[in-house]
Structure formats: structure tokens, C-alpha cells
Ligand binder design. Sequence first.
Ligand SMILES: [Zn+2]
Ligand SMILES: [Zn+2]
Length: 709
Amino acid sequence: MKHRLGAMLVVCAVSSSLVEAGELRLKTRSIDTVSELSKSGTAFAAGSIGRRMTGARSHWLIEVQENLGEVLEELRRRGAAVLSQVPENGYVVSAAEGFDWSGLTIGYRAWIAPEDKVSPLVNEQALVAAALVGEAEAATPSRLLVIARFHKDVESWQTDGILDAEGVRSLANASLQSVDRLLELSVEEIARLRLWDELEYIFPAPEAMKAGEVFLVCDGVHTGEVEVSMLAAVYGEGWDGAGRGSASLTYSFGALAPGVDAELVKSEARRAFDEWSRAVAVSFRETTSRSTVRNIDILFATGDHGDPFPFASGSAALGHSFYPAPPNPEPIAGDVHINSAYSWSVGGTWDIYSVLLHEMGHSLGIGHTDAPNAVMYPYYQKATVLQSDDVASIRQLYAEAGGTTMPATPTAPVLSLTIASPLQGAKTTSDTMNFSGALANATAGVSVDYWNETAGVSSSCLVNTTRTTWSCASVPLNAGANTIAIRATMNGASVIVRRVVTREAWEDVKISVTSPAGGSTSTTGSAISILGNAQHATGIASVTWIVNGQGGQATLSAPNAATTNYSFVAPLVMGTNSIQLRATARNGQTASAVANVERKTAVTTPPAEPTTDRTAPTMTVQAPIGTFIFTSSARMTFRGLATDNIGVTRVSWRNSAGAQAGEAITTRTATGVQWSFDVNLLTGYNAIEIKAFDAAGNASGYTATVRRY
Ligand SMILES: [Zn+2]
Ligand SMILES: [Zn+2]
């Protein structure tokens, strides 16, 4: 078939020699165009046109039989828009009503079937949802979160009109491309929406998109001519030709991300290449020749950058890649172009590793998947490893890694770095952490530095004189998870190893009251010794107390230690005394406790008969000397004298520690009684209270505090 195209022919990027009729590979099915045509007995397949917002145009899936470039040019000349490609030689074309299809080498031509516009993954979800609805009578129909993609030539007022007509409302997400709408649809709504001619494809959306999270957006996959349709399954055969073999490719670098260390960008690119090499038998070697065949050239650029797909100012597109050769011409085949208008960084929202990992998938020959968690989904977030869906896709083209013997190439020893400490996932309550590890194959000029990607801080580290170990002291940590990248650099090449460590919140400060036991007691005394302990990992700096408008600092047995005893004497008023205690840790955290002490009037035994004696006994303590005693002994003897005008009847004692109490042994003397008792001492503070009574019930008291260390 000849057309008067003249010089236009030279712009055709895809050679007609590639054209082989027979198959259109959609995600839902492969259309055997030859048998479809023979069934219908006509050059144009059957099918019915969908609903249309306007009757002016409709969307066709066509297969070009030969002279591909000429046919596409002629379609455009007649006013059709060639919108996207479906492998091997299928195209989605928008054509006006009454379009003249005559004289073109088009074999198969049909309106896109509604069934082919719904992702198999949505159908799976719909089945599950339908089963659930069937079980729960009159239940609210389950809704599926999906992206509805409309053909590129559909204007947004038309898209909005269709959604209005169906009574569905789109959800907002700033990352969405203009052709896409985020929708929550019932199974019935999906079934109706797919009937619209303007709709290209419905596929599942990630939940995080509904939450408004930012996504990286792929501009699409090009074959040098037009973008590959979201309808399409895997394209071409990869770099290894037909079947699942292995491939050796090179890569090179053009201009890289502005404001980011070029070595770091290259190191991230190598890490992304390595991730693909883990899945399939494809190896990559760096070269400086950017225009060789079987080479992936990585370029960061804005605006026009030498191919037909400029990154327009304000474009949402982050980048695009070119499929392998064939079908693409060399040297552009495999190349990766990233829009440098974005603030690219390592580990930030616009993460270099993630965008390169995604684009490399295209360079190797795979398209966009419908699985929202996959690296090869058209909207993706920060990636770490390939997902099962990505691995399954790439293995349609290449053998598994390790499945084939790669030619052994002698290589120079490669600098490597390992982290010995801390382990992955390590936790600390400290605000810094020390890192250390080993180096291999390091020579003079090697340097090591760290970068806390979470906290955004970096610094250099130490390398020992034999260049076999390294250490980074006091790496600052944010609260929560921190990703620390340790980088070794030598001769312009670097290797990066990461650790995720977590800085946890401190445990709460603990304070307890041991005396009075249980934190409450009653007494007739005008003061009471309060004893207890406090704990915190950073150490206890102070214990303060307040009661009835008075207060002070308690004495600490071990100031600034993780565990300390404390003691103080609190004055009491008659009635209830609520003693407020507060322990303060060295990191500023605090904890509180309360001791409640009821002060009663002195116990008076109701006299059987009135007595006139009001004089309390007089008491002298002979041993030990003093009211505050330090000792290491476990036992101590108290002795002394008590006298009274009408006679001492008994002497009793009580030790707050261990709740011990008893009566002293008394021996009558000329003037009163000689008394003594032994008391067991607990480690820490022991408040010993001694009381002498006379026959009229008058008592006098004495208190000593003994600290056993
Ligand atoms: Zn992509
Ligand atoms: Zn480009």
C-alpha cells in the first residue's frame, strides 16, 4: 500500500520489518486477531460502541498489518489521534464519527470491549466483595478503591460529566495524573463505568492514596513512538530475545541530580541495578561511553532533552524510560530520563533509588503492573526491594538469577563495608549510638562517613591505620526509627550499607514509699520519718517533698544512681497530712507518690478513776548515741533510763523498717527503770521509736534514725 508521505517517512521510529500480525496482548487476555477476523468474516471485528459523553469521536483498538510508520502517519493526517500502543502492533486510536478507514493496512479494528477495561485484580476483588454482599443480606455494598484512567484525548469536563452521570464522586490526591480519577466504586458502578467509550482502564488503587499520601508518578513507557497503554501486558522479549535467557548490559551516566553528590547518585543506581540482578540473570557493568548499544544511559534533565518527550515545566512526570531494542532503536533503547525539576535526594520523598528501580524495570522490558504494592505500579512510594508481582513480571522475560551460568569475568577486588554493631533493628533509649564495623579491599585514601537519613545529619567517621575497621561515634538519633547510611568512599567509588535503629522513649521514673508501709499510717508524733526508694535508668537527681506548706529535699543514699533510697522527716499537723513526693531523674522525667499520715491526739487510757498526775516520764537514751546513726550491723542494742514521779510501768519500741515492735526489758532502780532491747536493722533507713509510760498513761517518746549500709 503506497501513500504520498514523502520525507515524512524518515521520522518513523519503528521499522516495518518488525510487524507481525496475529496477537494483541492485553492484561485481561490475548486477542488472536487472525481467528477473530476469520470468525467475523469481515475486515472489521464486531462489537458495539459504548456510551459516549459526546457522539463526536470514539476509541478503537486496531492492529496494523504492515508499513506501520506510514499507517500511523496517515491516520494522524486524516485527523485521528494515535493515543497509545498495545503490543505487538496494536494501537488505541481516537477517530471521529464517519472516519475514513479505507486504504489502510489495518487488519483488526474494534471498539475496546468493556471486559478488557477492568483489571483482572479488580475482578478478583469484586468477586470477593460480591461473595461478602451475598452473605450479609441488605448489607451496604462493598466498595473497591480504584483508579479510572481515561483516554488522553478526553477532556476533563467530559470525564467529570461521565462521573456525574454515574453519580460517583472522585477523591482527591495531589499525585494523580490528569487522565486518572481516584474512585471508591461498588461492583455495579464499575460494571456501568466500563461501558463508557472514554474510559481506558480501571485498576486497583493503593489505600495510602485515599489518605492523601504523596506518590512518585511514572510518566509512562515509550517505545519511541507512543506510550504503552495501561491495557497492555508485557511488551517485547527483553534484551535476551525470545524465551527466558540472560543478558549482559552496560550503563552510563549523563547529568545527574542537581545538588546531590554525583557519587551518591551512582551508588544508588548501582544498588537498584543489583536489586534487579537478584531477581533475574541480567548483569550490569558501568561504562563511560554513553551512546553504545545495549547501554542504559541515566540522565537527569528538565524541559527538552533530546527526545520527543520533553519534561514540561510544572509537569507531574518524574521520569520515563525506553524499552529494550527491539522494538526501540539504539542508542535510545533502555535509557532512563529523570525530571530534574524535582528535589531528588537519598531517602527523601523524591528518592533516587526508588525512581531508578522503577524506571530500570521499563529499561529491562516490563510495563506497568496493576498491583498497588508493586515497584512497577504507575504510582509508587519509597521502595526497598522488588515485590513478588515485579519478580513475576521480569521473570516472564528472563531466566531466574543463578539459573544460568554467567560468563566469569575477572574483577578487581571490590571495596566492601560491613556493619558489626549495632545489629539491624537495634534499640536504645540514648539519643546517640556508636557504629562500627569492618572494611575489605580498602586502600590509601579510603574514607568513611555516616548519614542519618531520618535526622538529616552526617559526619565523618574514623578508619583504623590498617584500613580494616571503621567507627562512627555518637551518631545522633531522632525519636523512633532512624535509617543510618554508612558510606565508604575510595577512588571516587562508594559503597553504602544501611541500618535501621530505633530510639525508644525512656521508661517511667519509679518512686515508692517503704515507710510508712503502704504509704499511710497514723501517729501521735509531731513529725515522721518517710523512707523509700526511687529508680530511673538515667539516675535519680532528687526527691523533693511538700506537706502543709512546708517542704524540702530528701536525703539520697546514692545520688545520681539508677536506684537510690531516700529519707526525710516531715512535720505533721493534727489530722490528715498528705505528703507529696516527687522524684526527678537526670533526664528531667519525674514521678510522684503520696504518703498519708494521720496525726492523732496522744493516746490516753481513760482513767478508771480520776487522777491528778499529768507528768510524763523522763527518758534518757544511753546507747546508741545520737538520733541519726550509720552502721553496717544487722542488729543494735538500745538502752537507757526512764524515771517518773509515780513510776514507769513499761517501755515499748517500734522499728518502722520491717514493722518490728516490742517491749523493752526493764530493771527497777532507785530512781526509775533501766531498760534495753535489741532491734534487727534492715538495709537502708530504720526509724526506731521508743516510748516510756507511767501508771496514769502519760508517755514520753524518743526517735532515732539508723541507716544500715
Ligand atoms: Zn513506569
Ligand atoms: Zn526523555
